[in-house]
Design a protein around this ligand. Structure first.
Ligand code: ADP
Ligand code: MG
Length: 256
């Protein structure tokens, strides 16, 4: 099999005495949509935090495209093509939807990089280019009509689409979504799924944390399950459906 796009090897993350993620190894292959499931508190978000550089692992390594990126900062990982959304979106609520997208990390990096070398005219030119790209991305996620609205005033589902727009500014190859459908109305969930599948057809790889098992079964393959910090299942969506270890994990029963 081809080298994985992302490889986690023995990732462990402790909070004091508590082991939130326990020796998790997994490979994510380019072009897949992986579903990451497991009960509340299983360590799913913590695993995302570790592999996006927001939290250092207690032990273990993260490789992206064969490169050891363990302990790389989130900005650096974003530049390498790793984008993630948050379980609870946190836009700059007083800024407009468009401004939020224009502020995506890579755009800022561009400004830092070029600002000192360019005159005011060039700066305006660059801002125009970023604005144009931001509008294209907003159009893609169907939020263009809301571009001038305050980000704090759009719905929770629209905020999830806004987060997707922000990470698309960086043209990521691997996109991590933390509960994209949670609390989102069915119409917007449909839009989100359509966008995920369109991006996937263009070659983007996804890892999606989601509780909605219909969503996972229909759109994710493979499926990986965590329980109490450990990987307890990895297989096809079909295999996941009647897997007793998995059912036990969800029922909180002892995993044998
Ligand atoms: P999931 O996303 O699977 O619901 P989390 O990764 O958010 O689970 O949390 C896993 C466990 O780690 C939970 O018991 C949670 O309380 C704990 N945890 C997460 N973040 C922290 C933190 N910053 N400090 C202490 N404990 C944490
Ligand atoms: Mg979580």
């Amino acid at each position: 099999m081809a080298e994985p796009l992302l490889r986690l090897t023995g990732i462990t993350r402790d909070f004091g005495e508590f082991r939130a993620v326990n020796d998790v190894s997994l490979d994510i292959h380019a072009g897949t949509i992986t579903g990451l499931i497991g009960p509340n508190g299983a360590g799913k978000t913590t695993l995302f935090n570790v592999l996006t550089g927001m939290l250092p692992p207690t032990s273990g390594t993260v490789h992206l495209d064969g490169q050891d990126v363990t302990r790389f900062a989130p900005d650096a990982l974003f530049s390498l093509g790793l984008g993630r959304t948050f379980q609870i979106p946190r836009p700059f609520t007083k800024m407009s939807v468009l401004e939020n997208v224009m502020l995506a990390p890579l755009a800022q990096a561009g400004e830092r990089l070029w600002g000192p070398f360019f005159g005011a005219a060039k700066m305006r030119e660059q801002e125009t280019a970023i604005r144009k790209r931001a509008m294209e991305v907003l159009d893609f996620v169907t939020l263009a009509p809301l571009a001038d609205n305050a980000a704090g005033q759009i719905s929770g589902g629209q905020m999830k689409l806004l987060e997707l727009a922000r990470i698309l500014m960086g043209d990521p190859k691997l996109i991590l979504l933390d509960e994209p459908a949670a609390g989102v109305n069915p119409t917007l969930t449909k839009t989100l799924i359509a966008k995920i599948e369109e991006l996937n057809r263009e070659g983007k790889t996804f890892v999606i944390i989601e509780h909605d098992m219909d969503f996972v079964m229909q759109h994710c393959n493979p499926v990986i399950a965590l329980a109490e910090g450990r990987k307890v299942f990895e297989g096809t969506a079909e295999d996941a459906q009647n897997n007793t270890v998995l059912l036990d994990a969800y029922l909180g029963a002892q995993v044998e």
